[in-house]
Design a protein around this ligand. Structure first.
Ligand code: ATP
Ligand code: RIB
Length: 309
């Protein structure tokens, strides 16, 4: 049964983390210590970032996730509520800490991230099963790979059972994804590293991106959107192809740009917008996020994106 609300219903099954961020001129080499600049501790996690982007655009968002029984977990719950995200299916794991990400950002705005999944690694099939009614009523399901792959696969199969479209941001980069997972997707949004992992094709421009998109879609995914950082976006929508250039902006921190792209793309798709239009909108949203520091605090609001599109 669909809700009476006109806002599209978006369900995110995924991670929440706290990001420990240090900014430095450059990344250290192995064995080296470098003196960094400012530091901060901020909410992050690919699942939560994507959920917040969709909520800030106006989506009716439910997050299915797991936190630890600690301060970080409590802070995360409060934050999601402030963003008007339903936390009914954010579960507490008393045996593991909340997810933690160590993020370093260099002077080019590029980031290196290591995630200690903690409670994210115990988000189970049973946890998702308890949210079956919620997934059944969704307009779109969003998944990533910072939680167990079996849980991701189960969420996709539930969505398929109810005819709900699923979009995957395949991050962190997987070595491979099973055919059953790939073939259940409406769209997949790898960055160039993730696309290389999935296909073995080195992505260095539109031709290689097209070859990778063809290979991924041959596995049964309807739409393949490869994000290329400052190179913009390569889109394969059904049988159509397009390259969208990145917007010309002053970059300070690209952390979470892929999540912003994903959340905005899914919101647009859930409104019924064509794939190309959704990708253009997402490209604009992500271009705003890279001009600001941090993951969640860099996520733009709807008025900001509408103003530049
Ligand atoms: P992250 O892992 O940092 O969250 P990602 O590697 O998954 O991000 P990217 O491909 O780097 O994703 O970037 C996603 C989108 O963000 C790009 O397709 C583009 O729309 C926007 N973007 C990223 N870098 C830039 C840039 N330098 N200038 C303008 N837009 C950018
Ligand atoms: O995509 C950016 C996110 O990756 C960060 O917020 C960090 O928590 C990791 O999940």
């Amino acid at each position: 049964m669909k809700s009476n609300s006109t806002a599209p219903r978006i369900v995110v099954v995924g991670s929440c983390n706290t990001d420990m961020i240090i900014r430095a001129d450059r990344f250290p080499a192995p064995g080296e210590t470098v003196l960094g600049g400012t530091s901060s501790m901020e909410p992050g996690g690919k699942g939560a970032n994507q959920a917040i982007m969709a909520a800030r655009l106006g989506g009716d968002v439910t997050l299915i996730s797991k936190i630890g029984y600690d301060l970080f977990g409590l802070q995360a719950i409060e934050l999601y509520r402030n963003e008007k995200i339903s936390t009914k299916h954010v579960v507490t794991d008393v045996a593991n800490p909340s997810g933690l990400a160590m993020v370093t950002v260099n002077s080019m705005g590029e980031s290196h991230i290591i995630v200690a999944p903690g409670a994210n690694s115990t988000l189970s099939i049973d946890d998702v099963r308890k949210a079956e009614n919620c997934i059944a009523c969704a307009d779109i399901l969003i998944v990533q790979l910072e939680i167990p792959i079996d849980t991701v696969g189960f969420a996709i199969s539930l969505a398929q059972k109810y005819g709900v479209r699923t979009v995957m941001k395949p991050a962190p980069a997987p070595l491979s994804l099973s055919d059953s997972i790939i073939s259940g997707l409406f769209a997949i949004l790898p960055n160039h590293v993730e696309a290389e992992h999935l296909t073995g094709i080195k992505i260095d421009g539109a031709d290689s991106a097209r070859a990778a998109a063809d290979m991924i879609s041959a596995g049964g995914v309807e739409n393949v959107i490869i994000t290329l950082g400052s190179g913009g976006v390569f889109v394969k929508a059904g049988d159509s192809y397009a390259s969208i250039p990145a917007r010309d902006v002053e970059v300070v921190d690209t952390t979470g740009a892929g999540d912003v792209f994903c959340g905005a793309f899914c919101y647009q798709v859930s409104l019924g917008r064509p794939i190309m239009d959704a990708a253009l909108y997402a490209n604009a949203a992500a271009s705003l996020s890279v001009t600001r520091f941090g993951a969640q605090r860099a996520i733009p609001y709807r008025e900001e994106v509408d103003a530049i599109i």
